[in-house]
Design a protein around this ligand. Structure first.
Ligand code: UTP
Length: 299
């Protein structure tokens, strides 16, 4: 029997150092791409994949994430009184009524693996998803990346990790998988090598921020000692899980914006501005003007 993936874990307790000084006070996940915070894109993807329980692993500085999903009485009242029904709907329905949000604290930023382990009491003994909101995955053509992975797990079993082909000179920035019987979409992972030099990389398939994991990962993470940077790495836990059950790499259809990096964030902003019907023409015009200025050497 296939178990439905109902729970999605969002580890958002990292320090977000690449976006300092903004992240001194604004959680990275609350930075907007055009008009919606990164966390909203991630949550929408999880809901589309069929998840109805969203578990956020936060820390004591990240009240904004919980506030975002909470009811905003005063604001709603004012929008209602002003007859701004469209905005009211936006504010009221950041998640549909049937979806639960649960907040768990990671007391110390001891790594992504540790953050996932903090969700254990809420996830229990069922397969679950992990979404890193700073990887914004976008499939214009259809089902989101997590939905594709959930479908793959439903038909093939095991766990699944999202991968993306990167250029050979970028392997040193990612976990790179060695996969057997890869059919250009999915295949069983033999091993994951952390940040290999191009000449040592087993492939160019890089691990990105979506996972569908068997609950056995929790015991694996429990046994995992701190690795690189003194943190408990999710990758180390997954390497252990691979010794017990099948973990597949899944090359999702769609594209990724690495919004944890400045360039990826700008790229996503440009792309989503151009996708936005109301903004498209004027956004294209200001981009063109900026490029013209740049070419002309203007200040
Ligand atoms: P990153 O490696 O991107 O770290 O974490 P970060 O703190 O978010 O950002 P930088 O690199 O310092 O700029 C990957 C994901 O794991 C979460 C982060 O919130 C992010 O979603 N994470 C990381 C935790 O929840 N807890 C941790 O201890 C570490």
């Amino acid at each position: 029997m296939t178990v439905r993936v109902r729970k999605a874990v969002f580890p958002v307790a990292g320090l977000g150092t690449r976006f300092l000084p903004a992240t001194k006070v604004v959680a990275k996940e609350m930075l907007p791409i055009v008009d919606r915070p990164l966390i909203q894109y991630a949550v929408d993807e999880a809901i589309e994949a069929g998840c109805d329980t969203l578990i956020f692993v936060t820390n004591r500085y990240k009240h904004a994430v919980a506030d975002y999903f909470d009811k905003a009485y005063e604001l709603e009242h004012k929008l209602e009184a002003a007859g701004k029904t469209e905005l009211l709907e936006l504010v009221r329905h950041v998640v549909p009524a049937n979806v639960r949000t649960i907040f768990v604290t990671q007391p110390e930023a001891l790594g992504l693996g540790h953050a996932v382990l903090c969700a254990r009491p809420v996830v229990g003994d069922e397969p679950f998803a992990v979404i890193l909101p700073d990887d914004l995955l976008w499939n214009k053509q259809g089902r989101g990346a997590l939905g594709q992975m959930v479908d793959h797990v439903a038909s093939h079993g095991g766990s699944a990790i999202a991968v993306e082909n990167v250029s050979a000179d970028k392997t040193g920035s990612y976990g790179i998988v060695d996969v057997e019987h890869f059919d250009d979409r999915a295949g069983k992972i033999r091993s994951i090598v952390e940040k290999p030099k191009p000449e040592e990389a087993p492939s160019t398939l890089a691990v990105v921020g979506r996972y569908v994991l068997d609950a056995a990962i929790f015991d694996c993470l429990d046994k995992t000692r701190p690795g690189a940077g003194g943190e408990i790495q999710l990758t180390d836990g997954i390497a252990r899980l691979m010794g017990e059950s099948v973990v597949n790499a899944y090359r999702f259809a769609g594209r990724r914006f690495d919004c944890g990096s400045h360039l990826g964030f700008v790229e996503a902003t440009v792309r989503f501005a151009l996708e936005n019907e109301k903004l498209r023409d004027s956004a294209a015009a200001v981009m063109q003007a900026a490029l013209d200025d740049l070419r002309a050497g203007a200040r």
